[in-house]
Design a protein around this ligand. Structure first.
Ligand code: PRP
Length: 213
């Protein structure tokens, strides 16, 4: 069977993704998992996993370094990479939301330009453009919730999972832009050249995630 290389988003989706592979019989030794190695292999040496930043997953897949990747739909929406999306894995549910200080409303009526801090400039630009709201986008890499608190921005566009970060920083959701879950993505050429191996894995993962736990 063709060997597959899979780019995995480090962080919130990594454990769930490895659990899904484990469920379908793709076993990575615990010492590999707990190591700091960024390139790990399953026990049967059939699957290589590349551990990368979430935003880099579509880059490795589009360029064919990885045949497959797992990352959030948020990352795919933000990316310009041309990749195939064969499967919604269902786990890693989050919302992409516009948030701001609690009880602060009607800002768009008061301000001619809304300052929006985000690590999703593309998603934010599309969203506000569709609504005809002029915005100044401020690109940040993390801790986005600080921006309204410190006066850097009027609103943020960010990922909300439990909502705890918003609450603990005195912020609230103003609008939901989209929902997001983990997706399996595939390099377009690999999807043709390694079709049988990829489709077999897609089927196994689909069965595993639909199985009652
Ligand atoms: C994400 C997101 C929020 C937080 C939401 O950040 O940007 O800050 O998680 O999670 P919650 O709703 O469960 O509180 P992440 O942990 O990826 O770190 P970052 O701030 O470095 O982007």
């Amino acid at each position: 069977m063709a060997k597959l290389t899979i780019a995995l988003a480090k962080g919130r989706l990594q454990d769930e993704a490895m659990k899904a592979f484990h469920q379908v019989g793709i076993i990575v030794a615990p010492q590999e998992l707990s190591s700091r190695r960024l390139l790990i292999t399953d026990e049967k040496q059939l699957y290589h996993f590349i551990l990368v930043k979430p935003t880099d997953v579509p880059v490795y897949v589009e360029h064919g370094i990885a045949d497959l990747g797992i990352c959030g739909q948020d990352v795919i929406l933000e990316s310009i990479a041309d990749v195939h999306q064969p499967l919604d894995l269902g786990f890693g549910y989050c919302r992409i939301a516009v948030a701001g200080k609690k009880h602060e409303t009607n800002l768009t009526k008061e301000l001619s330009v809304l300052r929006v801090a985000t690590k999703y400039p593309r998603i934010a630009a599309n969203y506000f453009q569709q609504r005809g709201v002029p915005v100044e986008l401020i690109k940040l890499s993390g801790s986005i919730e600080l921006a309204p608190l410190l006066g850097l921005a009027d609103r943020i566009v960010d990922l909300v999972e439990t909502g705890r970060t918003l609450i603990e920083n005195g912020l609230e959701i103003k609008e939901i832009i989209s929902e997001t879950t983990a997706r399996l993505i595939a390099n377009r050429a690999s999807f043709q050249l390694k079709r049988a191996a990829i489709l077999e894995l897609v089927d196994l993962l689909a069965q595993a995630i639909n199985k009652p736990k």
